[in-house]
Design a protein around this ligand. Structure first.
Ligand SMILES: *Cc1c(COP(=O)(O)O)cnc(C)c1O
Length: 356
C-alpha cells in the first residue's frame, strides 16, 4: 500500500511546556495524524493536521461499546542528534493482534510506522531536551459508526497523537510498593487481557484507587480463575529473580505481551542470566522470600522501562525485597535499554529506528 500523507500546518503553534512541567500525558504537540476506514474501501485519506477536537456523532460506537485499541511508544533525542524510535514495528504488530481480537480491520503495519515517523518528524521540536525526557506516541483506533446496535463497526479512525513527557525518575530510581490484589480481577484467558483496549483499563481503576488509598503505588494482578498465579502489575509486566534465576509469567492469553518484557528477556539471555517464562504463584514468591532466595522484583513497560519493586503486600502480609533498593540485574536492564534508546549503548539487536 502506498498512500500519500497530506499535511496541514497549524496556524496557532502552542507554547511548549518547560522540562520541569512535563507531567505524563498532559501536553500535546501541534499536530496529529488521522486516517479513515470504511468497509469496502479500506483505509484512506492519511493526513497530518493541527491537533484539536474531533467532531463525532454522540451515537458513534466507541462511546457505547468500547470497540477500540491503542499503543504506546516513545521518540528519543539521541546524544548525536538523531531521533530514535524503539521497536515501532513491534508496537504496530501488537496493535494488529489487538485489532483482530476486537474485530477492527488490520492496519498496514509498515505504513502505520511511516505515519508515526512522519508525525514525529513534523513535530520534532516537541521532543523535550534533557536527559530522560522523550516524546510519548499514542496511536489508537476507534469505531465511528453512528449506530447503537451491537456489532463490529464499518467505519474507524486511526489516529496518532504526541505528548512530551519527562524522565520517569527525575530523582533516581525509587522502588515501588505493590498491593497484591486478591478481590478484583483484570482479565481471564479467552477475554481481552492480551490486547491494549480501553476496557482493560476501565476494569482496573477500582483496584488501583483502593491500593493508592492504602499507600501502594500499583496493583499486582493474580489470575482471574484461581487467584493464585501472578499476571502483571498495572501497565507493566513483572519479573522476579529467585536463587539466581529470573522468572516472568508466561503469556497465557490474559496478560499483555510487553515489548519491554521481550527486550528484557533477550538481554538477559545475551548475558547468560537464566530466564524462564512460566506460571508462578504468589505462594511460591512468599516461600522464596521466607527461604531468603527472593533476590529482585521489577516491572517492565514503555513508560518507566524498569520499575523495581521494593515491597509486596498480600492478604495483610508484607515483604521487603532487596532491602527496598534496586537490585543489580534490574539496574543493568534499565541502564542498557535506556542507553540503547538514547543512542549511547550499542544497539546489537537492531531495536532502534531512525526518524528522518
Ligand atoms: C502497555 C502495557 C504493558 C507494557 O508493554 P510495553 O510494550 O513494554 O510498553 C504491560 N501491561 C499492560 C497491561 C500494558 O497495557
Amino acid at each position: 500500500m502506498s498512500m500519500q500523507i497530506s499535511y496541514q500546518k497549524t496556524s496557532n503553534p502552542k507554547a511548549k511546556p518547560a522540562s520541569s512541567e512535563l507531567v505524563f500525558g498532559h501536553y500535546f504537540s501541534d499536530h496529529m495524524f488521522i486516517m479513515n476506514y470504511t468497509e469496502g474501501r479500506g483505509w484512506y485519506d492519511p493526513r497530518i493536521v493541527p491537533y484539536g477536537p474531533l467532531q463525532l456523532d454522540p451515537s458513534v460506537m466507541i462511546f457505547h461499546y468500547g470497540q477500540a485499541t491503542f499503543e504506546g511508544l516513545k521518540a528519543y533525542q539521541a546524544a548525536d542528534g538523531r531521533i530514535l524510535l524503539f521497536r515501532p514495528s513491534a508496537n504496530m504488530a501488537r496493535m494488529n493482534i489487538s485489532n483482530e481480537r476486537l474485530c477492527i480491520p488490520q492496519l498496514d503495519e509498515a505504513f502505520a510506522v511511516e505515519a508515526i515517523k512522519a508525525l514525529v518528524n513534523y513535530d520534532q521540536d516537541w521532543i523535550p531536551d534533557g536527559e530522560g525526557n522523550s516524546l510519548y506516541i499514542r496511536p489508537f483506533v476507534i469505531a465511528t459508526d453512528p449506530y447503537l446496535g451491537v456489532r463490529p463497526a464499518h467505519n474507524y479512525l486511526f489516529m496518532v497523537v504526541l505528548s512530551p513527557v519527562g524522565a520517569y525518575y527525575p530523582e533516581g530510581i525509587d522502588p515501588v510498593k505493590i498491593y497484591v490484589e486478591s478481590n478484583y480481577v483484570r482479565a481471564v484467558k479467552g477475554g481481552l487481557g492480551f490486547t491494549k483496549t480501553p476496557g482493560n483499563y476501565a476494569a482496573s481503576l477500582k483496584a488501583q484507587e483502593e491500593a493508592q488509598e492504602n499507600g501502594y503505588t500499583q496493583v499486582l494482578w493474580l489470575d482471574g480463575v484461581e487467584k493464585k498465579y501472578i499476571e502483571e502489575v498495572g501497565t507493566m509486566n513483572v519479573f522476579f529473580k529467585i536463587n539466581g534465576e529470573v522468572i516472568t509469567p508466561s503469556l497465557e492469553g490474559s496478560i499483555l505481551a510487553g515489548i519491554t518484557r521481550d527486550s528484557t528477556i533477550k538481554l538477559l539471555r545475551s548475558w547468560n542470566i537464566p530466564v524462564v517464562e512460566r506460571k508462578i504463584s504468589i505462594d511460591e514468591l512468599y516461600a522464596a522470600h521466607a527461604n531468603g532466595q527472593f533476590e529482585e522484583a521489577f516491572g517492565t513497560g514503555t513508560a518507566a522501562v524498569i520499575s523495581p519493586i521494593g515491597e509486596l503486600s498480600y492478604n495483610g502480609r508484607n515483604i521487603t525485597i532487596n532491602d527496598g533498593t534496586i537490585g543489580p540485574v534490574s539496574q543493568k536492564v534499565y541502564d542498557t535499554i535506556t542507553g540503547i534508546q538514547s543512542g549511547v549503548v550499542e544497539d546489537k539487536f537492531g531495536w532502534t529506528v531512525e526518524v528522518k
